[in-house]
Design a protein around this ligand. Structure first.
Ligand code: CA2
Length: 157
């Protein structure tokens, strides 16, 4: 019998995502980060999960947060912003996280400039969602909540 899963999930957003809804709505949509976080929190709450929402513009702070989440959460959603394309250190922190992780990008990074086509993080996460706008966060949350149901843990996925 598997141990009861930790029903706390963290949503971590990286640099500049605090500007969502303020600029470039044609790329990133019109919703603010506060609005996205509020709707994710309501969805998690309805399903009996706790959500921790965190945003930082600083690489070291994101790494500290991922490390702190190792013992307190059962899953992570991360939109690393531009650090997806540059940060070996953030990748190393995520590789040390032992629960499921979903990497989210609001835009389709593969349809954009070549330097955005590679994410250093994708190889160490469970799944990647990109190009579906803010819906990507909701889909990531639903996927993690399914994986953190006790029945899912019994069937090695
Ligand atoms: O599509 C995504 O979610 C990105 O992670 C967003 C990053 C970008 O560097 C990645 O390549 C793809 C940029 C976040 C900037 O967010 C802004 C939001 C509103 C206004 C200006 C920037």
């Amino acid at each position: 019998m598997a141990q009861a899963p930790n029903r706390t999930i963290a949503v971590i957003n990286g640099p500049n995502l605090n500007l969502l809804g303020e600029r470039e709505p044609h790329i990133y949509g019109a919703q603010t980060l506060a609005e996205i976080n509020a709707s994710l929190t309501a969805l998690a709450d309805d399903a009996g999960f706790d959500l921790i929402c965190y945003q930082s513009n600083h690489e070291g702070d994101l790494i500290d947060q991922v490390q702190a989440m190792r013992l307190t959460t059962g899953g992570l959603i991360i939109n690393p912003g531009g650090y997806a394309h540059t940060s070996v250190a953030l990748r190393d922190a995520l590789a040390a996280y032992t629960h499921p992780i979903v990497e989210v990008h609001i835009s389709n990074i593969h349809r954009r400039e070549a330097f955005r086509h590679q994410s250093y993080l994708s190889a160490v996460v469970t799944g990647v969602i990109c190009g579906l706008g803010a819906d990507g966060y909701r889909l990531a949350l639903q996927a993690l909540m399914e994986r953190l149901q006790p029945a899912a843990l019994d069937s090695a996925i």
